[in-house]
Design a protein around this ligand. Structure first.
Ligand code: URA
Length: 274
């Protein structure tokens, strides 16, 4: 009971619990979860397992389905691609795009207006990986052109002072998930060879993973983005910088978050020039 010296947790434990709770809430916010199902009011009805509910209209899947947790990054090709990607080890972006074709490999094809493959310099030193197209991207066919995209462009052009056209930008899935929900494992897995193909084609010196889904996918484990951001990782031998997704920064528009992304992008630029 609070205030009972016999049962109150020691101060250090309480501080650690509080820090964990803050981190968890930050992750929920990042995932777009900002509401809880009300507890049933009828007396005697058992309380549900405290699984966070999706924000209205977000159709968020249960946490257990959001990411496939694997010890190693998933590398298998979807069933219609042979074990070795048909474009070989040194593809061009055009070859990868051509193989993607009018993709029907997962259910996302049903709701999309168009495929959003990627955009930018095919020889870029820095390759950004986001989550999936939103409404504006679905309309235009280009990644990161909505509000989050505007912020990303500002961070690139004003923050680290390089033209957006000098980098390459793509997403882990190439079609818009319904209501912008987080892509599901079968969708991510179906698109995975094409993301790898893009990375093989561009051969960036540095990858910047934007937000939790992209970072978790590329590292092959579920990460807490607010903890891991700013620390160098590696994807298939390429230095990888995890940072906050611009949509998260828009929702949590604090000087601290803006500074964090700026610092991460500065590190990425410096590493790409080594
Ligand atoms: N968010 C993403 O992750 N990708 C986009 O292309 C746009 C918004």
């Amino acid at each position: 009971m609070a205030g009972d010296p016999g049962t109150a947790p020691p101060r250090d434990t309480a501080a650690a619990l509080l820090a964990d709770a803050r981190e968890t809430v930050a992750e929920w916010i990042e995932e777009g979860i900002d509401a809880w199902e009300p507890l049933p009011s009828a007396a005697g009805t058992p309380a549900p397992t405290p699984e966070p509910a999706a924000a209205p209209g977000l159709d968020s899947p249960p946490a257990s389905e959001r990411f496939e947790l694997r010890a190693e990054p998933a590398r298998e090709a979807p069933s219609d691609l042979p074990g070795v990607a048909p474009w070989g080890a040194d593809p061009t972006l055009e070859q990868v795009r051509e193989e993607l074709g009018d993709c029907q490999r997962c259910g996302l094809c049903e709701g999309r207006r168009q495929i959003v493959f990627g955009d930018g310099n095919p020889d870029a030193d820095i390759l950004f990986v986001g989550e999936g197209p939103g409404e504006q991207e679905d309309k235009s066919g280009l990644p990161f052109v909505g509000r989050a995209g505007e912020l990303l462009t500002q961070m690139i052009e004003k923050g680290i002072e390089i033209p957006r056209s000098s980098v390459y930008i793509c997403n882990i899935v190439k079609c818009r998930p319904p209501k912008n929900r987080t892509p599901l494992p079968p969708e991510v897995n179906a698109c995975r060879p094409f993301l790898d193909g893009q990375i093989d084609a561009v051969k960036p010196k540095v990858i910047v993973a934007l937000g939790k889904p992209a970072t978790s996918l590329l590292l092959g484990r579920d990460v807490a983005i607010t903890r891991i951001r700013g620390s160098w990782q590696e994807y298939r031998g390429i230095p990888l910088m995890p940072t906050l997704h611009p949509a998260y920064v828009l929702r949590q528009y604090t000087p601290e978050n803006r500074r964090s992304v700026w610092e991460d992008l500065k590190s990425a630029l410096a590493r790409s020039r080594e």
